[in-house]
Design a binder for this molecule. Structure first.
Ligand code: PBG
Length: 325
């Protein structure tokens, strides 16, 4: 007449719930994506992402200090150049905004934070694609690989600890690894956006980097209907030398995060993207959901699915929430 098992016993108080919690999000495993724009007069808020700023080189140091104080693991920088070109030439220029920002941040933090540079051309091209175009207007995979190789060496010279290979070109991890090694940057690691989907949830990010893209990225980013395809992408990136594999977006792809964690013996990261953040912020601003509880629930869901590392615009705030929780 009594239940033989009573799971509720282990939920009776906060102390016992904490005692038996299966997952913890550690601030040291959070990565904060940051935007820096060349020649920007004043830091600018990004629509839909409260608290996320487009920085200039002058406002960046204080934000980096906050990241250091919060004890997060790393920062991932995206650069927005003043001028864009068909080949994305600023990406490979020592004086290009991303290279300058990486150098500045690295000088500021040394090895206290992991400094990650986005390795992609979409912020640098005047057509907004992640690679260079062939004569027929399609994205030219192999011509793009040559540019990524040159860009990777520049970012390593600027001081990046890690490169976020986010362009979804076939063979990019292998080419970047070879270029880094040939130039003496064996210690620079590669965070491979192994499974990256052509997602509608990148909307606010396109504003953050003032994307010039018309059309979509469906010829290189993955189809949201597919899971098995991600296993192939992850396998290839591991074979090509990825140090960490990332799944992006995170929330609609928790099954992919899980599969990745079961499949590889290297760390798995997941990126809570701009549109995922914007949904929560908009719902919270309307009074429909509790903001801070929802943020923590999202982070824990990504962790529970199997991500070791979480990339999130909430990284600094979440570090505080996690510590006071
Ligand atoms: C492209 C890139 C994108 C994001 C990160 N890197 C946009 C895209 O693929 O169109 C999106 C991140 C976000 O939405 O938060 N290199």
């Amino acid at each position: 007449m009594f239940p033989a098992e009573r799971p509720r016993r282990l939920r009776a108080s906060a102390a016992i719930r904490n005692l038996v919690a299966e997952n913890q999000v550690d601030p040291a495993q959070l990565i904060l994506p940051m935007f820096v724009k060349e020649g920007l007069a004043q830091p600018r808020e990004i629509k839909g992402l409260p608290g996320v700023l487009q920085h200039n080189l002058e406002s960046l140091p204080a934000a980096i200090d906050e990241a250091l104080a919060a004890g997060i693991g790393g920062v991932m920088l995206f650069g927005i150049p003043a001028d864009r070109a068909a080949q994305g030439s600023q990406a490979c220029d020592t004086h290009g905004i991303l290279n300058v920002a990486i150098k500045q941040v690295r000088q500021q933090v040394g090895d206290r934070l992991v400094v990650i540079a986005d390795l992609c051309l979409d912020e640098f091209t005047d057509h907004g694609h992640c690679g260079v175009l062939a004569a027929d207007g399609s994205v030219d995979n192999d011509a793009t690989l040559e540019v990524y190789a040159a860009m990777a060496v520049k970012l390593a010279e600027a001081g990046a600890h890690m490169l976020g290979a986010s362009g979804m070109m076939d063979g990019q991890v292998g080419v970047v690894r070879a270029a880094l090694d040939a130039d003496g940057h064996q210690e620079v690691s590669i965070l491979a956006y192994a499974a990256k989907y052509a997602s509608a949830f990148y909307g606010p990010f396109r504003d953050a980097v003032e994307s010039e893209l018309k059309g979509d990225r469906k010829t290189y980013q993955q189809d949201p209907r597919n899971l098995r395809e991600s296993l192939r992408e992850i396998r290839l990136d591991v074979e090509e030398g990825a140090d960490i594999v990332m799944v992006k977006p995170a929330l609609s792809y928790l099954d992919i995060v899980r599969e990745a964690r079961l499949m590889v013996d290297i760390p798995v990261a997941a990126y809570i993207v701009s549109g995922e953040m914007a949904m929560l912020e908009a719902a919270a601003a309307s009074g429909l959901i509790e903001r801070e509880r929802s943020i923590l629930e999202m982070l824990h869901s990504v962790k529970r699915a199997g991500a070791d590392i979480i990339c999130t615009y909430w990284a600094v705030e979440a570090a505080g929430l996690l510590r006071s929780n």
